[in-house]
Ligand binder design. Structure first.
Ligand SMILES: *Cc1c(COP(=O)(O)O)cnc(C)c1O
Length: 396
């Protein structure tokens, strides 16, 4: 809620880790009357849209699109390759892995969770132990959340692939890139990922409502021997539609498709390598500011090692538990909305900065300036010179 006796009047900034900032070009592309869903432009734009989505995911394989959020894609992906009674392994470094594992249980699978807490990336020794113990190859898939948005931990997918290969374990490698696609480097085919799920409202900069499941031939072989697959989630007709309505098993998400088209044009005009590089440089400036604040002793980054940090979201902990108070201040007094402390032991003590998608350097500096102002207003001790340090990181 905006406070009208404050400095919040003006264009507000939603700096949460999804939904992300929507480019004006995406909003404008969606502002149109309903198109014909049986003939014409909408149908003709699908092959290029699919191809351009696969380019972002760095895959030459298959894509099924769903009218769904990220949770929907979790269920869609599982429903195609995991039968009731089968086992999945879920190495968890934050809330989202738990959520995906719970969903697997919901469709009748048995989830084996390895919990690394909320501040540590995967420990490959423990994952190797679990895979080695599975002599009968009962584990059919490893659910790998690339960036866990709750903790802001980024996990190392190529090393997980190498581990599965070393152990000759046939489990499918299924990645959740909902927070990382279009932000952090991700290369589905080169990294040997069999199934990847994502959604449109984070790095893809489009209003929530469309989700994606990418899958390769190994995943399709498992799909082919499934005893049954729910007709709505079945990826086969969606990935190989003979008729337009099969793309979505019913009415297409008409306006979303136009928005996505505009978003993909923005991504490919910049170039995916440069999109990753921009996120990297902006993230480094943000970390530098946060590390400077941390010198005051009252705040610290949730993830200690830079290598394990997301380039799209940063979780912070305040020792005095005033994360919620800080968020309320920046929102009502400054017009800056920060992310809640999702899935942490101490929700009120944590907050998150979203820096995914349509974000540039001046927006990052504004966000950091807002946090600095909030910390000052609340009298939270902090190291000085955080903004200068961030500026220096941006120009270096
Ligand atoms: C946002 C997110 C989800 C959930 O997506 P919804 O669209 O909110 O259902 C799942 N996993 C990760 C890593 C996310 O960032």
């Amino acid at each position: 809620m905006k406070n009208h006796n404050s400095l919040a009047q003006g264009r507000e900034y939603l700096a949460i880790p999804g939904p992300s900032v929507i480019p004006d070009a995406v909003l404008q592309a969606m502002h149109r009357p309903s198109p014909n869903i049986y003939d014409g432009e909408l149908i003709e734009m699908m092959p290029a849209l699919t191809r351009d989505l696969c380019r972002v995911a760095r895959t030459e394989h298959n894509l099924a699109i769903y009218i769904a959020n990220g949770h929907g894609t979790w269920e869609a992906a599982l429903s195609n390759v995991i039968a009731p009674g089968e086992r999945i392994l879920a190495p968890a470094s934050g809330r989202f892995t738990h959520g995906w594992a719970e969903m697997a249980e919901g469709i009748g699978a048995t989830a084996q969770l390895i919990d690394f807490g909320t501040s540590s990336a995967w420990d490959f020794e423990r994952i190797a132990d679990a895979l080695r113990a599975d002599k009968a190859y009962e584990i059919k898939a490893v659910l790998a959340v690339h960036v866990d948005t709750s903790s802001s931990i980024r996990n190392d997918i190529p090393t997980l692939r190498a581990l599965l290969d070393d152990l000759n374990h046939p489990a499918l490698l299924m990645a959740d890139c909902i927070a990382s696609l279009g932000c952090d480097r991700f290369e589905m085919d080169a990294w040997g990922v069999d199934v990847m799920v994502t959604a449109c409202q984070k790095g893809l900069m489009t209003p929530a409502g469309v989700g994606f499941v990418f899958f390769n031939d190994k995943a399709q072989s498992k799909r082919a021997v499934m005893p049954r697959v729910s007709q709505y989630w079945d990826w086969v007709p969606r990935a190989n539609p003979e008729l337009f309505y099969q793309y979505f098993n019913g009415t297409a998400p008409t306006h979303h498709l136009y928005g996505l088209r505009a978003a993909l044009d923005i991504i490919h005009a910049e170039g995916i390598e440069q999109v990753w590089a921009r996120h990297e440089r902006l993230a480094r400036a943000i970390w530098t500011a946060c590390e400077t604040w941390a010198e005051g002793g009252a705040l610290h980054l949730n993830v200690a090692d830079r290598q394990d940090r997301s380039r799209a979201v940063t979780a912070l902990r305040l020792t005095d538990g005033r994360g919620t108070a800080l968020r309320e201040y920046t929102e009502t007094q400054l017009g800056l909305t920060l992310g809640i402390g999702l899935g942490m032991e101490d929700w009120d003590g944590c907050f998150r900065l979203g820096h995914m998608g349509h974000v540039n350097a001046q927006m990052v500096m504004a966000m950091l300036g807002g946090v600095e102002t909030g910390l000052a207003a609340l009298g939270i001790p902090r190291g000085t010179g955080a903004l200068e340090a961030a500026a220096a990181a941006l120009v270096s």
